[in-house]
Design a protein around this ligand. Structure first.
Ligand code: URP
Ligand code: ZN
Ligand code: ZN
Length: 465
C-alpha cells in the first residue's frame, strides 16, 4: 500500500514548508515538492497542516485507586481521533512479581491484540526489595527503558520512599533507565488532608487545599537532590506549579540532566473548577491539583521556552457517576475520590486552540512538545518526526474546523469530559498509523489490535541522543 499526500504544510519541530509526502508500506519514503510517484491513494492536503502523529508519554489504562480501575486500551481509538498514534502506559509492578514480568503479563492480556494505536510502557516500581532493584537494568533489554516512582501517595502500595528512588537512580544509571517521579510530598499531603477532614472540609475543592504548590516544589527539589547524589538524569512528570518549574530550570542551569513535562489540563483548567456546584468538582480531582492563572501563564511560558519539554495527557478514565462518587456521602471525603481525569482525545485540540491560536506557542513548538520530544525522551527511534525512514504516523490537520469539545463526541468511554463546552479550532481530519488510515474525516476507521508494541531504547534524549 502506498499513499501520496500532496500540497500540505508540513510542520516539524524546526520548520514548516509546503510539500508532498510519499509513504510506502509503513514508513515515509520521500518528502519534497511536487513528488511524482504513483501511489495507491493520493490525498490532497491543500490548506491543511501535516503533523507527525502524537506521542503521549503519560497515560493510565491500568491505574487503580482504592480498588477502582480506569478504562483500558479498548478505548485507545480516542487517542487516534485526537491525532495521537503512540501511547506510553505506566504499569505498576504487581506485588510478588518482577518488573519485567509485570509489564509482560499486562501487555499480553490488556494491550496486545486490543490497542488501536502503537504503544510502549514505563515500569512503576512498587516493591523495592533488593532483588527488584537488581532487576532494574533488565528493563532496558525488554524495551521498557523508563521507570516511574510515585512520591505522593502515602499508605498506598505504589508509594515510593526516598531510598527506593535513590536506589532506582543508581541502578537505573547502569543500563540507561530514565527515572521519572510524580513529585509531591506525601507527608505534607497526609497531614493537611487529615486536618481538613477533621475540620469537616471534605468537599472536592479541599483536594487542592490539601496539596498546595509547596508540596510539589519540595518533592521536586528533593528528587533533584537525589538525582544529583546519584549523578543520574531525572524526569519530573506532570509539572503544574511555578515553584516546580523553577526547581527544574535551576537544576538544568547548574548542568544537571533534569527535565519535565506538563499536561493539557494544567494549561487550561483552574483550581476553581474543583468548587463547581454539588459534587461536580470531583471531575477535576487530579494530582498535582489544578492551579490558578498565574501558574498556567508560567506553564505556557515554560513550554514555549523549552524549560518543560513535553505535554502529555495523564489520561485517567474514571467515570464521574460510579467512580468519582467514591468520595461522596457520609464518612467520605476528597481523599476517597479517584485521582485523575480523562484527556486522551483532546491533547492536540487543546494545544492548538489555546496554544497556537492564542499565540502562546508556534506550530513547530507544538509538534516538538506533542510528538518529537516525547518520542526522543522515551527512545522511540522511528516515532514523532516527519523524516525519511520514520514510521508514517501522520496527521492531516484542518485548521478551519470549528466545534465545541463535548463528551457527546468522545471515544474515551468515560461519562464526562473535563473540557466540556470548550471551543475547539481545527481538528485532526485524517490520521495514518504506520501508513494505514485509522481516522477519516474525523472518524475512527481503524481496527482493534492494529497497534503494535514499540520497544524503547535506553536513555532516549537525556544524553543528547
Ligand atoms: O491524578 C492523577 N494524576 N492520576 C493518575 C495517577 C498519577 O498520579 O499520575
Ligand atoms: Zn502522577
Ligand atoms: Zn499520571
Amino acid at each position: 500500500m502506498s499513499v501520496l499526500i500532496k500540497n500540505g504544510t508540513i510542520v516539524t519541530a524546526d520548520s514548516e514548508f509546503t510539500g508532498d509526502i510519499y509513504v510506502e508500506g509503513e514508513s515515509i519514503k520521500a518528502i519534497g515538492e511536487e513528488l511524482e510517484m504513483q501511489a495507491d491513494e493520493v490525498v490532497d492536503a491543500t490548506g491543511k497542516y501535516i503533523l507527525p502523529g502524537g506521542v503521549d508519554q503519560h497515560v493510565h489504562f491500568s491505574f487503580t485507586y482504592k480498588g477502582s480501575k480506569v478504562r483500558g486500551f479498548e478505548t485507545s481509538n480516542a487517542a487516534a481521533v485526537g491525532g495521537t498514534t503512540t501511547l506510553i502506559e505506566f504499569v505498576n509492578q504487581v506485588q510478588g512479581k518482577g518488573l519485567v514480568e509485570s509489564i509482560d503479563d499486562y501487555r499480553k492480556t490488556d494491550a496486545d491484540g486490543i490497542a488501536m494505536v502503537d504503544y510502549a510502557f514505563h515500569s512503576v516500581m512498587t516493591d523495592p526489595r533488593p532483588e527488584v532493584i537488581e532487576e532494574i537494568p533488565k528493563l532496558a533489554d525488554a524495551g521498557y527503558p523508563t521507570m516511574k516512582l510515585f512520591m505522593a501517595y502515602k499508605g498506598m502500595f505504589f508509594h515510593a520512599d526516598d531510598d527506593a528512588i535513590l536506589n532506582a537512580l543508581y541502578k537505573g544509571k547502569e543500563a540507561g533507565i530514565t527515572v521519572m517521579v510524580h513529585a509531591e510530598n506525601a507527608e505534607m499531603i497526609d497531614v493537611l488532608s487529615k486536618k481538613l477532614i477533621a475540620e469537616g472540609k471534605t468537599a472536592p475543592y479541599y483536594h487542592a487545599v490539601s496539596r498546595p504548590p509547596v508540596v510539589e516544589a519540595e518533592a521536586t527539589r528533593r528528587a533533584i537532590y537525589l538525582a544529583e547524589l546519584a549523578e543520574a538524569p531525572l524526569y519530573v512528570v506532570h509539572v503544574s506549579a511555578i515553584e516546580a518549574i523553577e526547581e527544574i530550570k535551576q537544576a538544568f542551569g547548574r548542568g544537571q540532566a533534569v527535565y519535565g513535562e506538563t499536561c493539557s489540563h494544567y494549561l487550561v483548567l483552574d483550581r476553581e473548577d474543583l468548587a463547581k456546584p454539588g459534587f461536580e468538582g470531583a471531575k477535576y480531582v487530579c494530582s498535582p491539583a489544578l492551579r490558578t492563572k498565574e501558574h498556567r501563564d508560567a506553564l505556557w511560558q515554560a513550554v514555549d521556552r523549552k524549560w518543560i519539554n513535553a505535554i502529555s495527557s495523564d489520561h485517567c478514565g474514571f467515570d464521574y457517576e460510579n467512580q468519582k462518587h467514591m468520595g461522596a456521602g457520609p464518612g467520605k471525603s476528597f481523599a476517597d475520590i479517584p485521582n485523575g481525569a480523562p484527556s486522551l482525545q483532546n491533547r492536540l485540540n487543546i494545544l492548538w486552540t489555546y496554544g497556537v491560536c492564542e499565540g502562546r506557542i508556534s506550530r513547530s513548538r507544538l509538534v516538538d512538545l506533542f510528538a518529537t520530544m516525547p518520542a526522543k525522551i522515551n527512545g522511540l527511534e522511528k516515532k514523532g518526526q516527519i523524516e525519511i525512514g520514520y514510521d508514517a504516523d501522520l496527521v492531516i490537520f484542518n485548521p478551519n474546523y470549528e466545534g465545541i469539545i463535548s463528551v457527546a463526541n468522545n471515544l474515551e468511554g468515560v461519562d464526562y469530559c473535563p473540557f466540556e463546552g470548550f471551543a475547539q479550532k481545527g481538528r485532526p481530519e485524517t490520521v495514518f498509523l504506520r501508513g494505514s488510515k485509522i481516522v477519516d474525516n474525523g472518524k475512527y476507521v481503524g481496527t482493534k489490535g492494529q497497534g503494535r508494541f514499540i520497544p524503547g531504547k535506553p536513555y532516549g534524549y537525556v544524553y543528547g541522543g
